[in-house]
Structure formats: structure tokens, C-alpha cells
Design a protein around this ligand. Structure first.
Ligand SMILES: *[C@@H]1O[C@H](CO)[C@@H](O)[C@H](O)[C@H]1NC(C)=O
Ligand SMILES: *[C@@H]1O[C@H](CO)[C@@H](O)[C@H](O)[C@H]1NC(C)=O
Ligand SMILES: *[C@@H]1O[C@H](CO)[C@@H](O)[C@H](O)[C@H]1NC(C)=O
Ligand SMILES: *[C@@H]1O[C@H](CO)[C@@H](O)[C@H](O)[C@H]1NC(C)=O
Ligand SMILES: *[C@@H]1O[C@H](CO)[C@@H](O)[C@H](O)[C@H]1NC(C)=O
Ligand SMILES: *[C@@H]1O[C@H](CO)[C@@H](O)[C@H](O)[C@H]1NC(C)=O
Ligand SMILES: *[C@@H]1O[C@H](CO)[C@@H](O)[C@H](O)[C@H]1NC(C)=O
Ligand SMILES: *[C@@H]1O[C@H](CO)[C@@H](O)[C@H](O)[C@H]1NC(C)=O
Length: 412
């Protein structure tokens, strides 16, 4: 009896000791990470190992420092603690960010990436996937809300299965080599807030209305593909998305989309490199009066202005206005004092411009940094606040106006 009592006491002490050790252990661990699932850590490693990482063997600053911590050995074997990986409370991998990691190689359809079915956020932007396609297995990652594959040397068509990912709020596919159509089933992605397919080779004719029916969209960039957007006015009376960014450059538009009249939150708008001919309608000057920062109408066939052009233009926060390379005639629209860049070469606008900023009669004393004015097809650059005057120097222009639209590679 005495011995069994002792035995029980001993076991209690043991239990207490191990319990307190456990408590001490968890309290002393620097950051409590959920424990990674073995199949997911090996899927991550397999995925990483399916690429060569340029410079990974050396101390090349271009190499991916993130994956240095990826190992199954010793203390670092918990993948939830690896750089670029985030787990939920149950230890499932929900975020993977290997952007700018110099990953080089193809993403194959049997890639272990598609075993990570708990992923909610995947960023593989700025890698080199060797012109491989997005495998249709991407449709398995049905919990994704964020998918960023920009500038990653991907090609082929956008897989239909991508449109199964109805939780997506962000889809970034810009600056790859994607071809073919944007699947019309993209309207199934009704939670999408950002759609960016800028600078690919996507082609085909699409209804603008299709995108206007995606009510959550705030940013839409279809620019610099080979798309042709059709404007059907019957959807413009519907409740529209409220855009903050809209880039429809080089979308074969031949008119100003009417729905813009009702947009009051735009920060940047580009309709550059389209086929819009004729006059700029009066209502255009009044859209998004408080929010608009960038307005780009360059490289169209605009010839003039309808009705009254307000002086100065009523956009109170405008920073950049680009009307260059049209056929605009008449007097120069005067942008507001907030304007930093006003680009108007290659037009037929007339203006008398004083290079002397002390001249108080000058209509150009708005604190603009630089104004570029075209007389006919010759380019005269007038720098209002005093310095350089250059003529016919496109390199200088490009540097000074290093906006993304000037750097773009083609026009339709
Ligand atoms: C890249 O693609 C080319 C052509 O398809 C192929 O020959 C080469 O092996 C690929 N390289 C890698 C690392 O996958
Ligand atoms: C995956 O497919 C590629 C070719 O498509 C093949 O070379 C590779 O061995 C496959 N990997 C596995 C794990 O099956
Ligand atoms: C994708 O999901 C399907 C059905 O849910 C499953 O049969 C298939 O094995 C999954 N593929 C991969 C690569 O995980
Ligand atoms: C995609 O991810 C890269 C790297 O994090 C980032 O620089 C880029 O801005 C993202 N794309 C968009 C459209 O936000
Ligand atoms: C994903 O999309 C494809 C083609 O669009 C469809 O055949 C498939 O049933 C979808 N899968 C799921 C799980 O919804
Ligand atoms: C899109 O491009 C592909 C090849 O680049 C071509 O075969 C197809 O006809 C084009 N589609 C349209 C609608 O122009
Ligand atoms: C561009 O739009 C015009 C009509 O405005 C049409 O005739 C032409 O075929 C379109 N171009 C392409 C490449 O779709
Ligand atoms: C817009 O109004 C027209 C006629 O006023 C109607 O035929 C059309 O169905 C409406 N469109 C939407 C999307 O409500």
C-alpha cells in the first residue's frame, strides 16, 4: 500500500514536472509557430527544388535569401517558420511569397505547388518560368484570394480553370507572354477587386460591359495587349463598379466610354493609344474632379474640344495630364496648379508661353514643374521654372516623363 502510494505520488510529480517543462518550453520559445504538416513542407521543398535559383550557391545579392531557411533538418524543420511562408492556426500553409526569387524553370502540371490546397495568397511575381504555361491544376487552389504572377516569363493561354477561383480578389498577370482570349467566364470572379493583364499578347474582341458587371472591380488594366473592346451603351445605366484605376490603353476604342461620366473616384485613367477621333466631350473635364491624379489621352486622333473648356481644368489634385500626339487645334487647356507634368507635343495647339516665370501676366504661373508643348509636329520644350530648353530630344523627353505609358512598347 505504502509503495503504491509512493508510486502514485511519483507519477504525479513526474506529470507535474513534465507539464511545467512543457509550459516553460512553450513560453520560452521565441515565437510560437503552429506546426507545419509534413506533406506541405515536402511539397514546398519539392516546389523550390524544381527550379534552379540563380546565385543560390553564392552570396549573390540577386539570389533568393528567403529559401535559405528552408530545410527539413533540425530546429528549422517547421515550414511555418520559413521565410515567405505563412500558416494558419492549424499549421496549413495559407500564404506563399517567392516573388523576386530568381526561380528559373517551368511550372509543370505535376508540380507539388498544387498540393498546397490551403493557399489563400500566392505571389510568384518577378521570376523566370521559362515561358511555361499556367497548368490547369491551378484550379485546385480554390481558396486563393490573391494571385500575383506578374513579370514571370509565363506564356500560353489563360487557363479556364483559373476562373474556378471565385474567391480571388486580386489577379495580377501583367508583363508576361500570355496569348489568346481572356476567358469570358472571368465574370465568375465576382469578388475581383484588381484585374491587371497589362502588357501581354492577349487578343480577341470583348464587351466592355462584361467588366462593368464585375461590381467589386476597383482597378482594371487591360492595356497594351491586342484586345479590341466593344462599347455597348446599354449597360451604362446599371450599377457600375467604382473604379480608382482604369487603364484601357491600346484597346482599339473609337469613342469615349459613356460610363465614365458617372465615375467619381478615379485616380488614374488612360485611354491612350486608341482610335478615338473628334472632340473631347465637355463632360470629360468634370469626371472625378477631386480624385483624379493622372489623365492620359495621348496617341489618339483627337482634334479639339466640345463646348467650354474650364479654365483652369477643374481637377483639383491632378498631377499628370498627357494630351500628346493627337491633332488638337486651338488654344491650350490650362491644367490646375497641382499639375507636375503636362505633356502636349505633336498637336496643333497654339499658345503663347513666356519662359519668364516672373512675368505675372503669364497664364502659366501655376507652379508646374515642366510643360511640354508641341507646335505642329515640331517639338518645343518649355521649362517654365527656368532651366533647360531642349528641342527634338526624345531621350531627354523619355527620361523627364518617365511615366509608364512612355515606356510602353507598342501601339496598335
Ligand atoms: C527552358 O525551356 C527550353 C525550351 O522549352 C528548354 O529547352 C529548357 O530545358 C528549359 N529550361 C529549364 C531550366 O526548364
Ligand atoms: C513531372 O513532369 C515532368 C515533365 O512534365 C517530369 O520531368 C517530372 O519527372 C515529373 N515529376 C514527377 C514528380 O512526377
Ligand atoms: C486537383 O483536384 C482534383 C479534384 O479535386 C484531384 O483529383 C487532383 O488530384 C488534384 N490535382 C493535384 C495536382 O493536386
Ligand atoms: C505583384 O507582386 C510584386 C512583388 O511583390 C509587386 O511588386 C507588384 O506590385 C505586385 N503586383 C501588383 C499589381 O500589385
Ligand atoms: C473548373 O473549371 C473547369 C473548366 O472550366 C471545369 O470543368 C471544372 O469542373 C471546374 N472544377 C471545379 C472544382 O469547379
Ligand atoms: C489570337 O492570336 C492567335 C495566335 O496568336 C490567332 O490564332 C487567333 O486567331 C487570334 N484571335 C483573334 C480573335 O484575333
Ligand atoms: C478595331 O475596331 C474597329 C471598329 O471600331 C474594327 O473595325 C476593327 O476590326 C477592330 N480591330 C481589331 C484588331 O479588332
Ligand atoms: C438600361 O436601360 C435600357 C433602356 O432604358 C434597358 O433596355 C436596359 O435593359 C438597361 N440595362 C440595364 C443593365 O439595366
Amino acid at each position: 500500500m505504502g509503495s503504491s502510494f509512493l508510486c502514485i505520488m511519483f507519477m504525479r510529480v513526474l506529470f507535474f514536472v513534465s507539464l511545467s517543462q512543457l509550459i516553460v518550453f512553450t513560453h520560452s520559445s521565441p515565437s510560437i509557430q503552429p506546426l507545419c504538416h509534413v506533406d506541405e513542407s515536402s511539397a514546398l521543398l519539392q516546389f523550390k527544388n524544381s527550379f534552379s535559383i540563380k546565385g543560390s550557391e553564392s552570396s549573390d545579392p540577386l539570389a533568393c535569401p528567403k529559401v535559405a531557411s528552408w530545410t527539413l533538418e533540425g530546429q528549422n524543420s517547421n515550414c511555418c517558420a520559413w521565410d515567405g511562408v505563412i500558416c494558419d492556426d492549424t499549421g496549413h500553409v495559407i500564404e506563399l511569397d517567392l516573388s523576386s526569387c530568381n526561380l528559373y524553370g517551368s511550372i509543370n502540371s505535376n508540380s507539388s505547388l498544387f498540393h498546397l490546397v490551403h493557399l489563400q495568397s500566392l505571389n510568384l511575381a518577378f521570376n523566370n518560368f521559362n515561358y511555361s504555361q499556367i497548368p490547369s491544376q491551378v484550379g485546385n487552389l480554390s481558396r486563393l484570394t490573391y494571385l500575383n504572377l506578374s513579370s514571370s516569363m509565363l506564356s500560353g493561354e489563360i487557363p479556364f480553370t483559373l476562373m474556378n477561383l471565385t474567391k480571388l480578389t486580386f489577379l495580377g498577370l501583367s508583363s508576361n507572354n500570355f496569348q489568346g482570349p481572356i476567358p469570358s467566364s472571368i465574370v465568375h470572379l465576382y469578388n475581383l477587386e484588381v484585374l491587371d493583364v497589362y502588357n501581354n499578347n492577349l487578343n480577341g474582341t470583348m464587351e466592355l460591359c462584361m467588366f462593368l458587371n464585375m461590381k467589386s472591380l476597383g482597378m482594371l488594366d487591360l492595356s497594351h495587349n491586342e484586345l479590341s473592346l466593344l462599347i455597348d451603351e446599354t449597360c451604362t445605366n446599371a450599377t457600375l463598379p467604382k473604379f480608382y484605376g482604369l487603364d484601357l490603353a491600346a484597346c482599339n476604342l473609337s469613342e469615349f466610354p459613356n460610363f465614365l461620366r458617372n465615375q467619381d473616384g478615379l485616380q488614374w485613367l488612360s485611354l491612350a493609344y486608341n482610335n478615338i477621333a473628334g472632340h473631347i466631350p465637355e463632360w470629360m473635364w468634370h469626371i472625378s474632379r477631386e480624385s483624379l491624379r493622372v489623365m492620359d489621352l495621348s496617341f489618339n486622333f483627337l482634334t479639339g474640344f466640345d463646348g467650354q473648356v474650364p479654365i483652369p481644368l477643374p481637377w483639383t489634385n491632378l498631377a499628370i495630364l498627357d494630351l500628346s500626339s493627337n491633332q488638337l487645334e486651338g488654344s491650350l487647356p490650362i491644367p490646375p496648379s497641382s499639375t507636375l507634368r503636362y505633356n502636349i507635343p505633336n498637336n496643333k495647339l497654339s499658345a503663347s508661353i513666356s519662359e519668364n516665370s516672373e512675368d505675372s501676366d503669364s497664364p502659366f504661373e501655376f507652379g508646374w514643374k515642366i510643360v511640354v508643348i508641341g507646335y505642329g509636329f515640331g517639338t518645343v520644350v518649355g521649362v517654365i521654372i527656368g532651366h533647360v530648353v531642349t528641342a527634338r530630344n526624345p531621350d531627354w523627353l523619355r527620361k523627364t516623363f518617365g511615366m509608364k505609358q512612355l515606356g510602353r512598347r507598342r501601339r496598335i
